[in-house]
Design a protein. Sequence first.
Length: 102
Amino acid sequence: MKIKKARPQLSPESLNQAAECLKTLAHPARIKMVQLLLTGRYSVGELAEECGIASNLASEHLRLMERCGFFHREKEGKFTYYSIAEPHLEKLMACIEGRFGN
């Protein structure tokens, strides 16, 4: 007889919130942004360049992920800088890199 481990159960509201945030993360440019931001703070322009996308598109991706609580945003003069706000992103990225890394 196989013994099953007890796991905490998420409420329906928590499940919905988790699904929405995971859907938001599910884009190659957004995953790349998380990878970059786990190494330090970046401006919108720097992230756009590293991801090979236009700055306005990078801003839209960042805004969506900030809404999920993934990032902090700081304004310095005419530049906006982003950094990681959600500490669990590091573990999530480790899982992604472990599964899909070369």
